[in-house]
Design a protein around this ligand. Structure first.
Ligand code: SAM
Ligand code: DTB
Ligand code: SF4
Length: 370
């Protein structure tokens, strides 16, 4: 049985990353089964509630005001707009809405109050709510918690050493401080990073070391493959090889065994088989919907077909602190004698896929009528 360790060394993590690929995937898949239900995948929908015009200089980001990308910039959405989008996401099988704002940090005032209203509104729809709004102080984190926020996403993005090559307008310490402020509340922590920015394997291991050293470890770790956007300093970066993505997902799975690993940006460049490998290696979540924040993402119907092919089940939302829906299908029962820590119930994929198909058909029909 694997244990949760906070004392990994960078060398150990590099050795894991460099294992023969199939051994690495086998080990990661075994750890995954000890801590998680391997058939469940959590589906989140991203919503860019305030797009572009960001004062920061993150070299990968199409939303930084100083780069000339052709994204459409938008002021903060209204609560009603957000509610309508959340309802659409729910009808396509998503259990969580993650609202992103192109801010350096949260400022107290009417816009923050509006975001708090959005959090309350989505909560009432029985969906989990996540936000990624930049840096937060302790009081802001607490207010988000009181509004019912489920998770806060704030990525370390790379190793401390490589961070300075990518961002100069803030430091690694700033990122860690926000994570600490979130940790003081009951909001869960979502923090990960990007591969394919020109960093070394040591940097990838360094980022995982920083995340694994947090105590407790983040509840969720998004692994993004760089989406190289024209106009950003990283526009010339080549597509990340799928093998690197599989290795990164598998290594994350082993080093942070109890964490949900999110297969995040970059899926449009990945084959179905490549993504299947990532699920086998321990990815337990995706962002669904045809858009991430500003860049494309696979069509939700294609994702559902892939889930169907692989026998994966979209996870249902559950309220913080509440017990998830009671254990159901026999197929979720671990084999006799098999030690597992996952106790979360299964959900019938056939039912979910059917419901999703119906909802999509309805949506298409209503669009045609419009
Ligand atoms: N402004 C906030 C912040 O920086 O924390 C929230 C939004 S920001 C867009 C959220 C995350 O998206 C970044 O930390 C980064 O990991 C990811 N991201 C942004 N642009 C990306 C790209 N081109 N490719 C992959 N991931 C990207
Ligand atoms: C994360 O790690 N990836 C998501 C979410 N957290 C906010 C964002 C990906 C953004 C990709 C580029 C874009 O669409 O603008
Ligand atoms: Fe701004 Fe966040 Fe983009 Fe950096 S990643 S430029 S902070 S929106």
């Amino acid at each position: 049985m694997s244990e949760i360790r906070h004392d990994w060394t960078k060398e150990e993590i590099i050795d894991i990353y460099n294992k023969p690929l199939l051994e690495l995937v086998y080990e990661a898949a075994s750890v995954h089964r000890q801590f998680h239900n391997p058939r469940e995948v959590q589906i989140s929908t991203l919503l860019s509630i305030k797009t572009g015009g960001c004062p920061e200089d993150c070299a990968y980001c199409p939303q930084a005001a100083r780069y000339h990308t052709d994204i459409e910039t938008n002021d903060l959405m209204t609560v009603d707009q957000v509610k309508a989008q959340a309802l659409r996401a729910r009808s396509s099988g998503s259990s969580r809405v993650c609202m992103g704002a192109a801010w350096r940090n949260v400022e107290d005032g009417p816009e923050f109050e509006q975001v708090l209203d959005m959090v309350r509104t989505i909560n009432k729809l029985d969906m989990e709510v996540c936000c990624t709004l930049g840096m937060l102080n302790e009081n802001q984190a607490q207010r988000l918690a009181e509004a019912g926020l489920y998770a806060y996403n704030h990525n370390l993005d790379s190793s401390e050493e490589y961070y300075g090559e990518i961002i100069s307008s803030r430091g690694y310490g700033d990122r860690l401080r926000t994570l600490e402020n979130v940790r003081k509340t009951n909001v869960t922590v979502c923090s990960g990073g990007i591969i394919g920015m020109g960093e070394s394997i040591e940097d990838r291991a360094g980022m995982l070391l920083a995340l694994a050293s947090l105590s407790p470890q983040p509840e969720s770790v998004p692994i993004n493959a760089l989406v190289a956007v024209e106009g950003t300093p990283l526009e010339e970066q080549e597509t990340t090889p799928i093998w690197d993505m599989i290795r990164m997902v598998a290594t994350t799975r082993i080093v942070l065994p109890n964490t949900t690993v999110r297969l995040s940006a970059g899926r449009t460049e990945m084959s179905k088989e490549g993504q299947a490998f990532c699920f086998l290696a321990g990815a337990g979540s995706i962002f669904a919907g045809d858009k991430l924040l500003t860049t494309p993402n696979p069509d939700v119907n294609e994702d559902m077909e892939l889930f169907n092919t692989l026998g994966l089940i979209p996870m249902k939302p559950y309220a913080k602190g509440a017990q998830p829906t009671p254990v159901a299908p026999e197929e979720m029962t671990p084999a006799e004698g098999e030690k597992t820590r996952w106790s979360r119930p299964g959900h019938r994929i056939e039912k979910n896929v059917e419901a999703t198909k119906k909802a999509n058909k309805k949506r298409k029909e209503s669009k045609l009528v419009e």
